[in-house]
Design a binder for this molecule. Structure first.
Ligand code: GA4
Length: 325
């Protein structure tokens, strides 16, 4: 097999390719937030896939388009200019390298902490920053609404039993904007799948993904197959993260997902990762446990989990380290 990276970019020698996933995920659970059945659908989707799509979410599309324009303006800057906002240690501009342990992908990105309202990354314009903050507050609200619906449907006590973790001013949430440039060389190669962002689960409680109309996102199903998620720029995709898997003692599954780069189109996605405060114990909710049920996990705080996650490679099974044997 021809090594794509040699033809594309010498700096990108370690890029991974993968076998194509031919299946389009047509049965993707679609939840209309205005539908009275939304609760049941969300909980079923979290158990079966750890993933669903939300429509009628009430978030204005206009300002999202403006944020996307600002992001594109940034990614279109000369490389040297962009580098002034990096490296991502852990926040800032990153190019190809993901995380601290040697992962790479056909992607450049901006990673922001959400509790740094006053911190302005060098190279980020004020208007860009203000759209980011506006977007983040919309995403936090949407994530909390979904978590409240889940708490209600699972009958696990106060409606805010989960959402309070994100509403807390110390909530350790973060936000990333990923840009996957097109890779035209792929068209001439027999292997047309280049990893944009390698497979992984998100460590946090819940993530909300929004992308432009370029495909690339794939999720891993229980039966061991990868399926492509048709893009939809006016909807949001919700991922169950590792922490919500633990809080529900394994009833919900955190979804393994990845992104493939395209030969023709540029993909831009924005992801809000809702995490708890660092000191919060991530342990199955008392109210969810049935009589005699034991926790599947050893006790840990979000700080412990994050620390351990940053020592892993992207595709590692991070929760495995905390599972009771
Ligand atoms: C995956 C989810 C989020 O994108 C992220 C990622 C983080 C990073 O890019 O720095 C990590 C990855 C993510 C999990 C394991 C570690 C940390 C890269 C990596 C190899 C921002 C996060 O919170 O965890």
């Amino acid at each position: 097999m021809v090594v794509v990276s040699q033809q594309v970019d010498e700096n990108f020698a370690h890029t991974k390719t993968c076998k194509p996933a031919s299946n389009i995920f047509t049965e993707i659970p679609e939840v209309d937030l205005l539908d009275p059945d939304a609760k049941t659908l969300i909980v079923e989707a979290c158990k079966e896939f750890g993933f669903f799509k939300v429509i009628n979410h009430g978030v204005q599309m206009e300002f999202i388009a403006r944020l996307e324009d600002e992001a594109m303006k940034f990614f279109n800057l000369p490389q040297q200019e962009k580098e002034k906002s990096g490296p991502p240690n852990p926040f800032g501009y990153g190019d190809k390298k993901i995380g601290p342990n040697g992962d790479v992908g056909w992607v450049e990105y901006l990673l922001f902490s959400t509790n740094s309202g006053k911190l302005i990354l060098p190279g980020i314009s004020e208007s860009f920053w203000s759209f980011v903050n506006e977007y983040l507050s919309a995403m936090r609200n949407l994530a909390c609404e979904v978590l409240e619906i889940i708490a209600e449907e699972l009958k696990i006590g106060p409606r805010d039993i989960l959402s309070r973790l994100l509403r807390d001013e110390k909530s350790d949430s973060c936000f990333r904007i990923n840009h996957y440039p097109p890779c035209p060389e792929l068209q001439h190669l027999s292997c047309r799948n280049l990893i944009g962002f390698g497979d992984h689960t998100d460590p946090q409680i819940i993530s909300i993904i929004r992308s432009n109309n370029t495909s690339g996102l794939q999720i891993y199903l229980k039966d061991g197959t990868w399926v492509s998620v048709p893009p939809d720029h006016s909807s949001f995709f919700i991922n169950v993260g590792d922490s919500l898997q633990v809080l529900t003692n394994g009833r919900f599954r955190s979804v393994r997902h990845r992104v493939l780069a395209s030969s023709l189109n540029s993909r831009i996605s924005m992801i809000f990762f809702g995490g708890p405060p660092l000191t919060e114990k991530v342990t199955p909710l008392f109210s969810i446990m049935e009589q005699g049920e034991e926790s599947l996990y050893n006790e840990f705080t979000w700080f412990d989990y994050k620390k351990s996650a940053y020592k892993t490679k992207l595709s590692d099974n991070r929760l495995g380290l905390f599972e009771k044997s």
